[in-house]
Design a protein around this ligand. Structure first.
Ligand SMILES: [Zn+2]
Ligand SMILES: [Zn+2]
Ligand SMILES: [Zn+2]
Length: 668
């Protein structure tokens, strides 16, 4: 194959090529490839293959076959229409330039400390200037259909680089490369072609000292994250060649939007990622024109999250004497919800402080934007094990040092099931008010879609027949009477859902082997076990006596026992209702989330803390009734929360959706 042809087919070839190159060699591979692409048009590609693939015979063989395929393909007339050879395939291309230049710095150039540079971004055919190591198509084909195009928002933020983190509009037409212009975002274009620039430039300043510096590039549409890149730079005292700069796409939202018609609107989005020093970086976007980044250490996360979750757990088991609290229309006395609020709200307030105590402006914006119910999307990027208890964040100011002043909102005396979606006395909230609607998890819908790399998609529909089969994995060591009652209630889900019980691991694995299984429900204990060679204890679900299912089992079954497309068309929803599972932490729950989403499940619903078996049953029954009736996961969980709140319980906060809040059962 000639270089001329390679350039044309590169967007198709590159992902396949990269799959042949081990992760640690990709940087080098891309350097060589960009050298090759700069050669004259009639340079032969094949002699370069040994160097490109580091003399790996297997990889060279595969690459040769691939090129032969494309050579043949390229001779087909359909590809020879010249002007737009890669129509449809568009990539977010990123590189750095010097302060007053439009020319890319080579990926192997290290930027100098304490200097000004620019980040240059375009969306179009894959560019050899790009420092992205794992080019993944920008999923425009999955955005809602339009004949014109999309006003996207691009933002960059960083702890190390100095950068203006405002969101900037970028227009992506229905076809062809995107551009920047002076037209107001969201309006029709009145600009002329020559007034458009393909590049978005963002000024940055490198840190004053040498070392590693990271930044995150996010592209959102309708408030939801569409794609995100993690950019890493090796900063030196002076500009010179070395490890240079590189970027990885670590989040791509794609999937079934085309069948749904609209991209879910998201009011606020949060990305979480592991920093280079083990700390966690959280970035909040969608609130104003600015994205906010902050770092938390592992310890801060664990302490704050752990305390809040323990308090939630204790609400069920150890009702304490009611503290001296005031609330209107009543004398001091027993009031369960007020007592629960008094225990949980101060811990939720600490979570809020951890996030925002030192950010007065952002606090104000956040308060304004989140006054009414919104949907918050939390995207975990890469493989990250921690889960921040977003539902427990409490945003009404409380004085830790003045608990006597804590007083209950009027609503606590007027609640009936289901509770209203917003507090009718919101205007009366002031310092030290205890109100259930102060918790983000009561007032808002929080979704934590599974983290996905590459071309994986986030499902918005579970495709099932009518009735849809729900495989129920029953654990041992449960209260028999409660279990039978629970199963009897699940039997009433017909005609929408038919529950099939499985008492052993073997029986459940048989059920999971069905390629069109839409619903999976674990009603069992979750535990953890130390295994030789594993750094962390391995979580498992306990089914029959001494029988267990681990996250690794699921991946192994999918790879070895099931077809590659197993569940790909169904996108089953998994509910892990592991009642009093002391040993399953939210962190180990995410291992199940990752394993299930890695085998085409739409997502997982899980418990954040320990719940009693009877509460776990009640919550699941209400959820399945609502979900079976065609409501989305977000709506069904809200139903559960507000019903429980109407009965005076905050325990609806214990359940988290690790899937799109818009996911629904399509079995009509
Ligand atoms: Zn314009
Ligand atoms: Zn209130
Ligand atoms: Zn249990």
């Amino acid at each position: 194959m000639k270089v001329l042809v390679l350039r044309r087919v590169l967007p198709e070839v590159l992902p396949e090529f990269l799959a042949l190159v081990p992760e640690e060699k990709r940087h080098r591979f891309l350097q060589l490839l960009s050298q090759l692409l700069r050669k004259s048009d009639d340079t032969e590609v094949e002699p370069w293959l040994p160097a490109l693939f580091d003399n790996d015979d297997e990889a060279i063989g595969q690459a040769t076959l691939l090129l032969q395929d494309f050579d043949a393909y390229d001779q087909a007339p359909i590809l020879l229409n010249g002007s737009q050879p890669v129509q449809g395939a568009r990539y977010v291309n990123t590189c750095f330039t010097r302060a007053h230049s439009e020319l890319p710095l080579p990926a192997t150039t290290c930027m100098a400390a304490g200097r000004r540079y620019r980040l240059r971004i375009d969306i179009g055919p894959w560019s050899t200037d790009s420092i992205v190591e794992n080019p993944v198509r920008f999923p425009a084909d999955h955005l809602p259909a339009t004949r014109v195009g999309y006003w996207l928002l691009v933002a960059v933020n960083s702890v190390e680089f100095v950068v203006d983190s405002r969101q900037r509009p970028f227009f992506l037409p229905a076809r062809g490369p995107g551009w920047i212009c002076q037209c107001p975002p969201g309006t029709r274009h009145t600009c002329r072609a020559e007034e458009r620039s393909p590049y978005l430039f963002i000024d940055i300043a490198t840190p004053a000292t040498q070392g590693r510096a990271d930044l995150r590039l996010t592209i959102t549409y309708g408030g939801g994250l569409v794609q995100s890149q993690f950019v890493t730079a090796d900063i030196r005292e002076v500009e010179r060649s070395g490890a240079g700069t590189r970027a990885r796409i670590d989040f791509t939202l794609a999937g079934l939007f085309d069948t749904v018609g609209t991209l879910p609107q998201r009011d606020m989005n949060v990305t979480t990622e592991q920093g280079s020093d083990g700390s966690h970086l959280l970035t909040i976007g969608g609130l104003s024109s600015e994205r906010i980044s902050f770092r938390l250490t592992e310890e801060q996360m664990r302490d704050a999250g752990g305390a809040a979750r323990r308090a939630l757990r204790d609400l069920q088991e150890q009702p304490v004497p009611v503290p001296v609290l005031r609330w209107p229309g009543r004398r001091k006395g027993e009031h369960r919800l007020v007592a629960d609020l008094a225990r949980l709200a101060p811990l939720g307030r600490r979570l809020w402080d951890l996030l925002l105590a030192d950010r007065p402006q952002q606090r104000a914006v956040l308060k304004r934007r989140m006054r009414s119910p919104v949907t918050v999307q939390v995207a975990r990027t890469g493989r990250i094990g921690f889960v921040f208890p977003w539902a427990l964040v409490y945003d009404i100011g409380l004085e830790d040092g003045n608990p006597d002043a804590h007083h209950a909102c009027r609503i606590v005396d007027e609640l009936s099931s289901p509770a209203p979606p917003e507090c009718p006395y919101e205007r009366e909230h002031r310092l030290n008010t205890l109100c259930p609607y102060g918790f983000w998890g009561i007032r808002h819908t929080i979704e934590q879609p599974p983290s996905v790399e590459g071309t994986h998609s986030i499902a918005l529909q579970v495709r099932g027949a009518r009735p849809s089969v729900m495989a129920v994995g029953l654990g041992t060591g449960l209260d028999r009477q409660l279990t039978e009652q629970h199963l009897a209630r699940l039997a009433e889900l017909r005609p929408s859902i038919v529950a099939e019980r499985h008492d052993s691991r073997a029986a459940l694995v048989d059920a999971l082997a069905r390629p069109d299984l839409p619903l999976i429900y674990f009603y069992c204990h979750g535990r953890r076990q130390r295994l030789p060679g594993a750094v962390e204890p391995v979580p498992y679900l306990e089914l029959g006596p001494g029988e267990r299912i681990t996250p690794t089992d699921l991946t192994a079954l999918h790879d070895q026992a099931w077809a590659a497309s197993h569940w790909a068309n169904t996108s089953p929803l998994v509910f892990i209702n592991s009642c009093h599972s002391v040993e399953i932490t939210p962190g180990s729950l995410t291992q199940f989330v990752d394993a299930f989403s890695g085998i085409y499940a739409a997502g997982v619903i899980g418990v954040e803390t320990v719940v009693t078996q009877s509460l776990a049953s009640t919550i699941a029954e209400r959820f399945w009734v609502s979900f079976g009736a065609g409501r989305t996961v977000g709506e069904a969980l809200t139903d559960v929360k507000l019903t429980l709140l109407g009965e005076g319980s905050l325990l609806g906060l214990a359940y988290t959706a690790y899937c799109s809040a818009n996911l629904r059962l399509a079995n009509g």
